[in-house]
Design a protein around this ligand. Sequence first.
Ligand code: DGJ
Length: 561
Amino acid sequence: MKKITFGLMALMISMSALAELPSLKRVGDKWLLHVDGKPFPMLSGHVMNSSSFDLEAMESVWDRMKAFGLNTLICPVSWQAIEPAEGQYDFTLVDGLIRQARERDMKLILPWFGTWKNARSFYVPEYVISDMERFPRMQRKDGQKMEYISTFSTEARDADTRAFAAMMRHIKEVDGDENTVIMVQIQNEVGVLGDSRDHSPMAEAAFAGPVPQELIDYMVSNRDHLKEHLKTIWAVNGYKTAGTWGEVFGNDLHADEIFMAWQYSNHIDRMAAAGKAELNLPMFVNGWLGQKEYSKPGRIPSGGPVARMMDVWKAGAPHIDLNAADIYAYYKLRCENFTRDDNPLFVPEACALWLGDRYSGPAKAFYTIAEAQGIGFAPFGIDHAHYDVDHPLGVAYHTLNNLMPLILEHFGTENLRGFYKAIEEGEPEETETSIEIGPYKFNVSYVPTLEQCYGLIIRTGENEFIFAGNGANIRFKPTNPDEHAGVSIRLVEEGSLDKDGNWVRKRLLGGDETVATYGIKLPPATFGIGHDKNNMIIQRVRLYLHPPAETVQETDTTPEF
Ligand code: DGJ
């Protein structure tokens, strides 16, 4: 009897361990998604908008993605597909995607295209789109009705919420113990396009009414660390703690944007709360950020979860775990703007194929995981033929996968760093990036003839470092030249981690495959030729510091041959 009790207890403990839901946890000074209780950085990709609706075609997409080294695929599902007639739900799509992910031992993120997808109401069921009375639309300032469903349509909000909650209930039934679905996105890049706010009669009445107390309370208690944009608008209007939207934020497009952010975040928060009551998965929203550093609300969706509206969204949608960044310009700056103690960085869309950005994925993946230390990265349109077997994203993801035990060991600390040469407009044109880790300084110089130059550094011991990347040379210097006259190499190895995370040396490197005694090459290409974008080699390097002024380090001028 006693034995059975212990056996049962052990079974219950192991079952509850299995059933631990994906969640976001603090790791060092950053965050990581945890799946089955273990950290799970997402090396991901986002399929094109209509791809997941063809399950048959998705079979080969999943195979390609697995071979590419992805551990997660982002596949949209839509309200339209799931509710073919009012109150009737069909989860064939969700079930198919879950099965396909499981068959490849991969994970799935589901963006819910509901009332709004890129501002528009394109993905709503037919009974919703055709009934403009029951589901009222937004209105422009000039009185013209817009196609988009108004945030003041409580019918739309409730119907969307019912369908979304039904999907979460279904996922719990079919996947509650397996955690194939690890995160859910609600709506997609919401906001008003073509005007800075809704001017329908309901919206006008709300705009003339008081700013809700929850928003005021949030701003008062977070006054010192509000995003600068919101803080300035509030300050310019006299830090009022009561009044209409116009009185508190001014009667202009800034107030309009804040007003809309509040309305959208409220709609989405209700959905998140109802969805989480069924299955408490991490949920997020994503923002359309625009190609300029600042785009006017209305030119980009007004009220959407852009960085400057982060505080309004935090106050208005407390059930949303994070505001994700769809970054198609200003990559480094936007990674920074979306990283906050209360907002883990996640990039579910990047690399605008349609703007000709074809090869920046590997550099941005390294940067997001190693330098910005985000929870995941995903190029958009990953199933496009462009991402074929030769695309360097494959070697980049395989390298990150191989180094994952070390990345996780040092995540959330300054022992993990990444870099890349400016790729797009708005990024500082650096010929060299300087990174300091403890007493060591790494001067990264980029191969001028290559567009994609990037890499990472992990400090694995007091004087030991791992390097991987492509298109860069790294010279070693002391952080403090008064303390140390120089830095030289003790040993350079090429290798990788085995399945237990132990370093396995493949060969020793030296001579032409390093930069004399004071630097390395990524990859270690002889005479600098062979910087093939698919040539990704992991190097482990041991260094030593010279005592002050005792030895003269070799100067790094190129000798004549
Ligand atoms: C951003 C959207 O979020 C995606 O769904 C997709 O439409 C891309 N733009 C590309 O157009």
